[in-house]
Write a protein that binds this ligand. Structure first.
Ligand code: HPA
Length: 344
């Protein structure tokens, strides 16, 4: 059997190796619940080891499925979302599903279009980061029995699975870290306030400031769409105002790096003139200079968990099932400790 070429490896071969029937292999690969957990693991491992790919077209015809799932994310240029997609695709591939990527750009019509693709059954289900503006439309789709898994936070009264990090607490922790390093003049260059992640990170920032009795300067609490060029412009605006914070919490690492550019262009330095922190711990956060202090998200795991929830949900009625993956502070060199003396 080892000498078989990948494309000749059939469902019968998997069944033989696992010591089960082809029907059991099929049930395991389709995420049905009526398979013993250990048997399912064994079957998935064999399928993976032998690079077994079920014939999607044939399976699809007989089961009225496309064996395609969608991932609708707002910004394909962000390596944060690239990492989410890698996680989704890894799990989908193991189960014989293809992944279609849909970039929404945080644009309402494009998000609506993504929902429409699920309704038109152009894919069997969709993992999506959706803005709050589409809550009602998403709820209607889920209530009709379509398969959706939300990323980044549950939407109110939408009874479908979701995977997120603890956005509020995570923002609180990193702002508190700045405060403990002696900063009181703290700006927040925020994420998209139409998304829960953007709102909750801003609220976490506000709460930390409030708990330490530090006023929030509205001119330093600036929303963006989570785009790095917008963060760059906001940072330029803050610098040009002449009223300078000592620290900036950017709601995403990509945006923190946009701030780096504005600061260096103004002839200023990090962390001597500004301390900068981000969120997500994207791959290049440790490679920029100075290496960026941030909150690490379990980004790949987020994609994998979302895919498992979606595919497992195909055989059971989806329901609200919220997974929150913890974040952790990664202290690098972009924060100056002001508590040890006057700012240099
Ligand atoms: N990171 C970066 N961009 C985002 C996020 C996130 O967690 N959520 C929505 N846009």
């Amino acid at each position: 059997m080892e000498t078989k070429k990948d494309q000749q490896f059939t469902i019968r071969d998997v069944a033989k190796l696992a010591g089960v029937s082809t029907a059991t292999v099929s049930r395991a690969l389709n995420g049905r619940e009526d398979v013993n957990a250990r048997t399912r693991q064994k079957i998935l491992k064999i399928a993976k080891d032998y690079n077994f790919r079920p014939n999607a077209a044939g399976r699809g015809l007989s089961m009225r499925k496309t064996f395609t799932i969608g991932v609708a994310i707002p910004d394909l240029r962000s390596s944060y979302f690239a990492e989410v997609i890698l996680g989704v695709d890894e799990v989908a591939g193991e189960r014989g599903y293809s992944t279609v990527i849909y970039n929404t750009g945080y644009i309402e019509d494009r998000e609506r279009e993504a929902l429409r693709m699920v309704r038109d059954r152009r894919m069997d289900g969709m993992i999506m980061l959706l803005s709050n503006r589409l809550t009602d439309e998403c709820r209607a789709l889920v209530d009709m029995g379509y398969n959706v898994v939300l990323l980044g936070n549950a939407l109110e009264n939408v009874d479908c699975p979701s995977v997120a990090c603890n956005n509020f607490a995570s923002a609180y922790v990193i702002v508190e870290y700045l405060i403990k390093n002696g900063h009181t003049r703290i700006a927040h260059i925020g994420g998209n306030r139409d998304t829960n992640t953007g709102m909750l990170r801003m609220q976490g920032f506000m709460k930390a400031m409030e708990n330490y009795g530090i006023p929030v300067n509205p001119a330093w609490n600036l929303p963006t769409r989570y785009f790095k060029d917008e963060a760059y412009s906001m940072m330029k605006r803050i610098i040009a105002s002449g009223d300078l914070p000592t620290a900036v919490y950017a709601a995403a690492d990509t945006m923190a790096i946009g701030c780096y550019k504005a600061i260096y262009e103004a002839g200023l330095r990090i962390p001597d003139d500004f301390s900068i922190v981000g969120h997500d711990d994207i791959d290049i956060a440790s490679l920029v200079y100075p290496p960026l202090t941030t909150m690490r998200q379990q980004t790949r795991e987020m994609g994998k968990t979302a895919a498992r929830k979606l595919l497992d949900g195909f055989s059971t009625r989806p329901r609200k099932d919220i997974t929150i993956l913890p974040t952790s502070l990664v202290a690098r060199q972009s924060v100056k400790d002001l508590s040890r003396g006057a700012k240099g």
